[in-house]
Design a protein around this ligand. Structure first.
Ligand code: MOS
Length: 786
């Protein structure tokens, strides 16, 4: 297949059983067949043409200092080497950009190969271009690089850290500087509260480790650049790269039809893309880079380690009187990346006195970035562990503690929740789990050699939505093409878009072709903040309605047709027919044949009413104009869930097993329950991963990662995750958007890490406040006597 033509991204026909699906009907993925047959083309499947040169990165061996010697002689002798990019020949040819959360496009503000300065371990220090991947790799290993190393600051407690006091309130894609959540007098209320918890919690560094590696292919033709790179923000890549290279965005096309896992790691530009583009210019042919798994740990972003202090004060009735959440987050030396999860963690429970503080701690590390539920995963580990500790201190059931603190208004400004189905989620999950049979005493539930523990926690995720555009083309034959530059990060957006066309135009799903993943298509927002379904479904529905309206108005005015004189607003498209309320109908093709000249093509834009008009311009510029969560002026909008976990801890070895997960979630209207269930289930499983397995280990002296490969970066296998129950509760929300869609991409993995920790406490009496919970932490501590 050639890469220079548009990729084939048309979904194949759906099976007959799915011939007439609708919004809310469990529907198999329209791209499922392509995916299982290898027909779906991921970013890494593109080579930029038939004869690409191959690039290989060399990365720094130190975390802080300067390159003192860079000898290319040996490397240049490798047969097939075409070019070697270093700071000497790149320098200022590629501009630095701002990071995404500060209205830029980058994952780091460090320009690639700009100088001899090294600012983190594994920073790109050279890129070799050669005839083959093997030659490029060989040459990269033959580069002789010497450094003047300075002592790096690796992480918390390292010497030489730079500490910033940062106001809370920064969310994905938004400027920092909002007021930090605070109300009442929290420290006085905490001091006066009859029952208190004051604890510190810690979450580790984690890397996304998507199966698809970080690859890029670039080709120039007639002054125009095409980039094939898996992306969660194609328009952002286009505009950011244009800034870096000093060319017009219109001269860059980004193609990304399928994405082999992203989780936030492909939302901002890495340094590699501009380097590959420059290399392709220098060698006058397409260049294709494939970074190694281990390089992926330092050339892209990651979830940084966090620390928390949570203080909860409550009355004997369990009602919160004080909630103080302080967070500390690692960022890089130059960048202010932060997640500031206090924005959500202070607004979930009723409490008259709330305070919060988020502090950025700058270390000599690559800049962290978005990773699935960036703020909520670490901050709700802390909050929901503390809530469990409070329940223990109160001798109250943890579900009941959530119930007495349930609220339809967030406590900071008193804004109403658009909908909140938290306690029904707890009740549904508790019932499915058998929670009523729980003996609350830690260590009381035994099964032979296994200490059994049951724990639970709240899950939340803000409901976001941004401007979006789409084009819908209805052919005279009744086939539909929908085009929007959305991102298929595995969540099933091809199917969501197809379902919207099915429901909007009354056609069968196998008549619908969906095109995504190309900057030649009308822009859709960054696939982040779980906004894609709400944003894209809304604009596709709007475009389809405009198509229907054109057909209906033409039909109502056609004197030779059966709809003449009828109210076009009341004509509907269903089952391949145009129908009137009085029963008159005719096939869509007939109606179109008589009333329209050929295909109907509609381009639609949607700007959510909370988003300023310039949001559309930002969309075209690839910047986030999303609104939602706790950022709204008049309301607060979140999706909710309840996570329940059974753990078993071996009395002798302290081996931890998780035989059961039960989650119940409510997230407004679910467009495709089949894909949504998988998505939530994947989140639950990731929660187990975060609780028990995942951590990127840091060499504290060198500020470098130890376990930067899939052999040593632990993730769960089938034996680690056994029974998973995922319950979706119906929820109607008329305020979040016209369709009532909240989004579920990130909800499933929030809170589960705390539910596991709470279950481990219940099993053993040992409270582990630093993730991940591994055998050794239960051995060291004095667990329940055997
Ligand atoms: Mo997500 S971390 O908002 O891609």
């Amino acid at each position: 297949m050639s890469d220079t033509i548009a990729p084939q991204i048309m979904p194949q026909g759906a099976p007959p059983s799915a011939a007439k699906p609708a919004i809310g009907a469990a529907t198999s993925r329209v791209d499922g067949r392509l995916k299982v047959t290898g027909g779906a083309r991921y970013g890494s499947d593109f080579y930029g043409g038939t004869n690409p040169a191959h690039a290989y990165l060399a990365t720094s061996a130190i975390a802080r200092g300067r390159i003192t010697r860079l000898d290319e002689d040996d490397a240049r002798k490798v047969p097939g080497v075409l070019e070697i990019l270093t700071y000497r020949n790149v320098g200022d040819r590629i501009k630095a950009g701002k990071i995404f959360s500060q209205k830029g496009y980058m994952g780091t503000s460090i320009a690639p190969l700009a100088s001899d300065r090294v600012q983190h371990g594994g920073q790109i220090v050279a890129m070799v271009v050669a005839e083959t991947f093997e030659a490029a790799r060989e040459a990269a290993h033959r580069l002789v690089i010497e450094y003047a190393a300075e002592t790096p600051s690796a992480t918390f407690d390292s010497p030489g850290l730079k500490v910033d006091s940062a106001e809370g309130g920064s969310r994905e894609g938004e400027q920092p500087g909002e007021e930090k959540p605070k109300v009442g007098n929290a420290s006085a209320a905490f001091a006066a509260a009859p029952v208190t918890v004051d604890q510190h919690y810690e979450t580790p560094t984690q890397h996304h480790n998507a199966i698809e590696l970080f690859t890029t292919a670039c080709a120039w033709a007639g002054g125009k650049l095409t980039v094939w790179e898996s992306s969660q923000n194609m328009y952002g890549f286009q505009n950011g790269l244009a800034e870096q290279l000093g060319i017009a965005p219109a001269d860059i096309r980004v193609i990304s039809p399928y994405i082999g896992g992203a989780f936030g790691s492909r939302g901002s530009l890495t340094q590699r893309t501009a380097l590959v583009a420059l290399a392709a210019q220098l060698v006058h042919r397409p260049v294709r880079l494939e970074a190694t798994r281990s390089q992926g740990f330092t050339i892209a972003t990651y979830r940084a380690e966090t620390r928390h202090r949570v203080r909860l004060g409550a009355g004997q009735d369990g009602k919160l009187q004080a909630l103080i959440h302080e967070g500390w987050e690692i960022s890089s030396r130059p960048d202010d990346y932060k997640v500031a999860g206090t924005d959500a963690s202070t607004r979930i429970y009723a409490c008259p006195n709330v305070d919060s503080e988020v502090t950025i701690v700058h270390a000599d590390r690559n800049t962290p970035g978005f990773m699935r539920s960036p703020p909520e995963v670490p901050y709700f580990f802390a909050l929901e562990s503390a809530m469990d500790e409070l329940a223990v201190a109160l001798k109250m059931d943890p579900v009941e503690l959530r119930r007495v603190n349930d609220t339809m208004h967030e406590p900071i400004k008193g804004l109403p929740y658009t909908s909140r189905t938290l306690m029904p989620c707890f009740d549904a999950a508790a019932q499915a789990f058998g929670w009523s049979k729980r003996d609350p005493r830690p260590g009381s539930m035994r099964d032979g050699d296994w200490m059994v523990g049951w724990g639970c926690a709240t899950s939340v995720y803000p409901t976001n939505m941004g401007p979006a555009t789409a084009r819908v083309i209805l052919s005279p034959q009744g086939t539909v093409k929908v085009q929007t530059a959305g991102h298929e990060i595995g969540t099933g957006i091809y199917t969501v878009v197809a379902l919207m066309a099915v429901s909007g135009l009354g056609v069968r799903i196998d008549k619908v072709t969906v095109e995504l993943g190309d900057t030649e298509l009308p822009p859709a927002p960054v696939a982040g903040g779980s906004n894609s379904t709400a944003s894209i479904a809304t604009v596709v529905a709007k475009a389809c309605e405009q198509v229907r309206d054109r057909i209906a108005r033409a039909a109502a005015t056609a004197e030779d047709g059966p709809f003449h004189g009828m109210d076009p607003a009341r004509l509907v498209l269903a089952d391949g027919m145009l129908r009137a309320p009085n029963g008159v109908s005719e096939p869509l093709e007939t109606a179109m044949g008589r009333t329209t000249n050929g295909a109907i093509e509609v381009y639609a834009e949607n700007i959510p009413h909370d988003v300023p008009k310039e949001g559309l311009k930002k969309l075209y510029q690839g910047q986030s104009a999303m609104m939602g969560g706790a950022k709204m002026k008049d309301r607060i909008q979140f999706a909710f869930g309840a996570q329940f976990v059974e753990v078993r801890v071996n009395v002798r070895t302290r081996e931890i097993r998780v035989p059961r997960l039960v989650g119940a979630f409510a997230a407004g209207r679910i467009v495709n329950p089949k894909a949504a269930k998988s998505q939530l289930m994947g989140g639950q499983i990731w929660g187990v991963s975060a609780a028990l397995h995942e951590a990127t280990e840091i060499d504290r002296r060198a500020a470098r990662y130890y376990n930067d490969d899939l052999a040593e970066y632990l993730i769960p296998v089938n034996a680690d995750v056994q029974e998973v129950t995922t319950i979706m509760l119906p929820e109607q929300d008329t305020q979040v958007n016209d369709l009532g869609i909240k989004g579920i991409g990130e909800l499933g993995n929030v809170g589960l890490n705390a539910a596991v920790a709470n279950a481990v406490f219940h099993a053993t009496g040992v409270r582990v406040r630093e993730l991940p919970i591994r055998v050794e932490k239960l051995l060291e501590a004095a667990a329940v006597p055997t």
